[in-house]
Ligand binder design. Structure first.
Ligand SMILES: [Zn+2]
Length: 171
């Protein structure tokens, strides 16, 4: 899923609990796994000229930021620093939405599924292998995926409605 889906749908998955959090930190959490893993993968890919399994452990754009270990680390930090609770909540929605998306690719082999990263290292010391060659290829796949398109449209509509509502209340 792309940013609007993660921000709009992800934040609403928390229901009324989302108002307990600083919305900026919550939104940061909704995007954080991709903000960490995508630049990491593309930087490694660019630096080495390789992609996918040829990159070794960091074989895709869903790695350390897409693990339950990362989520549990943030959740543990929230006992000391309150702001981490908002980030952890956002990360939880991101992980849920990414793994839900795999249900729309039932024929994908296990090595490509996000759950490999989610439960890392229970399914082996490995991460999902990117099925795309570069960022443009990834973007093309996202823009032709029903799950991603629906996510962006619904997420965008939710954010727009929230923005209008806030504008009306402040005027
Ligand atoms: Zn992601």
């Amino acid at each position: 899923m792309l940013p609007l889906g993660h921000l709009g749908i992800g934040s609403r998955l928390l229901g009324p609990y989302r108002t307990r959090f600083d919305w900026r930190l919550l939104y940061l959490g909704c995007l954080l796994p991709d903000l960490i893993d995508k630049p990491l993968y593309y930087a490694l890919s660019l630096a080495t000229g390789r992609h996918g399994a040829a990159l070794g452990l960091f074989s895709g754009s869903r790695t350390i930021g897409h693990t339950l270990l990362f989520f549990f680390l943030l959740a543990a930090l929230s006992f000391g620093y309150r702001g981490f609770a908002a980030v952890a909540a956002g990360v939880a929605t991101h992980l849920f939405l990414d793994n839900l998306g795999d249900l729309f690719a039932p024929q994908a082999p296990l090595e490509r599924l996000t759950v490999v990263a989610l439960v890392f290292p229970l399914l082996g010391v490995r991460f999902p292998v990117a099925p795309f060659a570069d960022f443009a290829d990834l973007l093309m796949r996202d823009l032709t995926s029903i799950y991603s398109i629906a996510g962006e449209l619904i997420g965008g509509a939710i954010l727009l409605a929230a923005w209008f509502k806030q504008r009306r209340q402040s005027s």
